[in-house]
Design a protein around this ligand. Structure first.
Ligand code: BDR
Ligand code: CA
Length: 340
């Protein structure tokens, strides 16, 4: 039987604690042959990009996948630097200031090319084969669009975590973190994308899924290097319990990406077992046009949805509104190194 090729995935990340588990999820799917992670590109956000680079290398080392190349990306927002970082949740180093043992210096392991050039190079090398999964501020993606306006048309798909649908903020009262970190980039990406973006917004993360902290603890009870790292870096969040339930963000975006890849693969007659019988992770979604507010004194960074089509623009987003929670739990279990 001819082996069908699986999507080539690039993860653009500001890792970050939830990014870390999301990346472990993607790497588990990579090991299972459901996707092929061909590169990780990094961006400022939850912490400085130099910490993000270290964090990504640590993730790859934890699961023995150091052969996946890592490219360092934008260290600052496009126009206005965001000075607050994600410190409150992610610590100053993005990994909960957990005093982890040292790993080899990032500089020697990172690829020398800038992340944005890499994005452009890879889409030209593999036109319409790459699935870009953006888990942080959209600075690298906006820069790629500025350098090559047709960039997104050469992608197979884009998944992103960010923005909000009801004006609910998680860092200011009106804006979601990835969008407020670099609103200009978010606007460029939303307004100039040439294919619809599969977007996981903050409200779906907050109230579209209910995972009690007790269940998170149970997921982390499996003994392996992944849970060991995750339990350490997430310890403060689990102790403080900022929200009523355990919140996952980037993990949802990655689970959606893998689930779509598996379903597509089985539709194309790929190997049995790949997506067969699993069903769709996303139960409902909303297709619409949205952009980003840049000038509001209280609402900068908020996503503005054209609910009534008054802007007369083609839909640029497919927004996740609800999911199959039981199926998602299987994805989370897989991310923590358990059986799917
Ligand atoms: C997003 O912001 C970051 O802190 C998380 O990693 C996630 O990507 C949630 O608003
Ligand atoms: Ca993130």
């Amino acid at each position: 039987m001819v082996k069908m090729s699986v999507p080539k995935v690039i993860i653009d990340t500001d890792a970050g604690i939830d990014d870390a588990l999301a990346i472990f999820m993607a790497l588990a799917a990579h090991k299972r042959g459901e996707i092929e992670v061909i590169a990780v590109t990094t961006v400022h956000g939850n912490t400085g990009v130099h910490h993000v680079n270290n964090n990504v290398l640590r993730i790859l080392k934890t699961v023995d996948l150091m052969e996946i190349p890592v490219y360092s990306g934008a260290a600052k927002s496009l126009v206005h630097p965001w000075t607050h970082s994600g410190e409150m949740f992610h610590g100053t180093d993005g990994f909960g200031d957990a005093h982890l043992p040292a790993i080899p210096p990032a500089s020697s392991l990172l690829k020398p090319q800038h992340a944005v050039w890499t994005l452009l190079e890879l889409v030209n090398k593999y036109p319409n084969e790459i699935v870009l999964t953006a888990l942080g501020p959209l600075t690298n993606v906006a820069l790629a669009i500025r350098l090559e306006p047709a960039f997104t048309s050469r992608l197979a798909a884009i998944y992103a975590m960010g923005g909000n649908t009801r004006g609910l903020g998680n860092i200011t009262s009106a804006a979601e973190f990835n969008f407020i970190c670099d609103p200009e980039s978010a606007k460029v990406v939303l307004e100039e994308t040439l294919i619809p973006i599969y977007l996981t917004p903050w409200e779906t993360c907050l109230d579209g899924v209910t995972i009690p902290y007790s269940l998170r603890k149970k997921l982390g009870d499996i003994q392996n290097p992944i849970t060991e790292l995750m339990n350490k870096i997430e310890a403060k969040i689990l102790k403080k319990q900022h929200y009523e339930n355990w919140i996952t963000c980037d993990q949802l975006a990655v689970a959606w990406m893998i689930n779509d890849a598996k379903n597509q693969h089985s539709q194309q007659g790929g190997e049995k077992g790949c997506g067969d019988g699993e069903g769709r992770l996303v139960s409902t979604s909303k297709s619409c046009f949205a952009t980003v507010e840049l000038n509001g004194s209280l609402t900068r960074g908020q996503m503005a949805i054209d609910h009534r089509d008054l802007m007369n623009r083609t839909s640029n987003l497919i927004i996740m509104t609800s999911i199959d929670e039981q199926l998602y739990l299987r994805y989370l279990k897989m991310a923590f190194g358990g059986e799917f």
